[in-house]
Design a protein around this ligand. Structure first.
Ligand code: ZN
Length: 47
């Protein structure tokens, strides 16, 4: 079991990713990053 934080993956928060392989962590962080990006974009568009 590997644990990495969003921070360690050059992210902006301390969310932890748990997975068996680095590939899985990479996928999780990519999905998480996309969600954050979409949230940010919708926040900007709402202004
Ligand atoms: Zn994050």
């Amino acid at each position: 079991m590997k644990t990495m934080t969003c921070n360690q993956l050059a992210g902006a928060c301390n969310l932890e990713f748990h997975a068996n392989t680095f590939e899985e962590i990479k996928e999780m962080s990519m999905k998480h990053g996309m969600e954050m990006f979409q949230k940010m974009t919708s926040l900007i568009l709402m202004r």
